[in-house]
Structures are given as C-alpha cells and as structure tokens.
Design a protein around this ligand. Sequence first.
Ligand SMILES: NC(=O)c1ccc[n+]([C@@H]2O[C@H](COP(=O)([O-])OP(=O)(O)OC[C@H]3O[C@@H](n4cnc5c(N)ncnc54)[C@H](OP(=O)(O)O)[C@@H]3O)[C@@H](O)[C@H]2O)c1
Length: 224
Amino acid sequence: MVVRVDLSISLDGFATTTDQTPELPFGEDWSRLVSAFAATRTVRERVFKDMSGEERPYGVVLPAINTTGVDDEYAKAYFANVGAEIIGAGMFGLHNFPDDPNWRGWWGDEPPFQCPVFVLTHNPRPSIEMSGGTTFRFLNTNIEDALHQAFGAAKGKDVRVGGGPTVVRDFLKAGLVDRLHVAIAPILLGRGIRLWDDLRGLEAGYSVKAETAESGTIHVTFQR
Ligand SMILES: NC(=O)c1ccc[n+]([C@@H]2O[C@H](COP(=O)([O-])OP(=O)(O)OC[C@H]3O[C@@H](n4cnc5c(N)ncnc54)[C@H](OP(=O)(O)O)[C@@H]3O)[C@@H](O)[C@H]2O)c1
C-alpha cells in the first residue's frame, strides 16, 4: 500500500491551464496537456468507452489514437491497484460551482475513478454515489487524517493523491508521497499553477527514473 501521485505537467512545469471560457470549459490547453495520455488505448477504452481498438501511431499526419507504446504502459499503471483517491476542491470543480448544491463534478455519470474519492474542501457537502463504483466524500480535515481515512477505504490497495497541484504539493511537502510520476508533455503553457514551486530538494530520498515516449512525453518517476 503506497501513496501515489500521477500528474501531467508542461515543460515549464504547469499542472493547470488558464484558457477556459464558458463556451470552452476545458479550454484548448487542457487537451494539449493530456493529449498523449488521452490517446492511449487504455484511456480510450476506460474513459471514452471507445472499444474500436484501431491504432493510429505517432509519425503520421493525423493525431495518434489508441496508442499502445510507452504512454499506454504508464496509462495501464495509472489505473492499476488504486483503492482510494484524494483530490482537492479545485479538481472536483467546487470552485467553479460553489453555490450549486447539485453539482456532481466534471467527471460524468460514470467517473473513471471507480473507487472512493475523498474531496478536500472547507465547504463539505453530503456524499455522492456515482455509477461504476465511484463515491465522492467531502472532507474538511488535515491531509494526514484524509490519508488515514483513504487507507481505511482502500481495502489494501494504494491511495492516489489525484490533484490538483495545490493538494499534491501539500502532500509532497509533508513527505507523504511514496511514488511520484510526472508525465511532462512537450508543450509550453506559460502560466497556471506550477507543480514544483517551494519543493527545493524534493528528489532527496527518492530514486529517479526517466523514460521518453513516442509522443515526446517524458515520464519521470520518483520512487522511495
Ligand atoms: N495536470 C494534471 O495531471 C491534473 C490533475 C488533476 C487536476 N488538475 C487540474 O488542477 C486544477 C485544480 O487544482 P488546484 O491546485 O487549483 O486545486 P486543488 O488542489 O484541486 O484544490 C485545492 C483546494 O482544495 C481545498 N483544500 C485543500 N486542502 C484542504 C484541507 N486540508 N482541508 C479542506 N480543504 C482543503 C481548498 O479549497 P476550499 O478552501 O475552497 O474548500 C483548496 O483551495 C484543475 O484545473 C484541474 O484541471 C490537473
């Protein structure tokens, strides 16, 4: 049972995007940031319910899809053995819909988590049960207690701190993360919330591995 983080960041270190508009609620930058992850066969099937399996690899003119290379190996690992997840109010979307008691998050009727998800917020609300095994539970507590509750729910599996960067940084600063995987997309965002701020010397105590995927994404893993 380990505490894991898996995040996508830009070359300049940003884990959030800033070009959202009412017409384009995710903006264009979000799809640039996660395009390699979203193109993997694992994500196509699990998140987008695309079972066609037809692969279009990198190196052709059209965007790659259903990829089965290095990015897909990381995508498979991303979904494996997670028993509970902790996320922040920002990642759930509470900051955008603070006054809507019926807001059920960005993640659709059948969110991809498929486990208990603990949402850290100073404005907790009743739990929401979604289809596919995801339950959102809202906690106003410190990160150590959130972790204790998540391990209690994880049934012997790992706990992922899913994001966003504000919550992830708190767990990293407190030394609570056993494995940090960052997928560094070969794009520049120029602004947003940076993952690495105030984490000088974070690498101490971890062994570090880096691998470059066909998409140009660099997967860096810090493992205790
Ligand atoms: N790049 C990636 O892989 C990735 C992954 C996930 C998410 N994201 C992006 O990250 C963004 C959100 O990140 P973010 O950094 O802005 O926010 P966040 O980390 O999701 O949430 C931070 C908020 O959570 C609440 N919170 C944190 N710790 C708490 C505690 N101990 N007790 C009670 N409440 C606590 C606070 O909100 P309140 O005080 O308002 O309650 C705080 O402002 C989204 O845009 C999402 O798209 C990116």
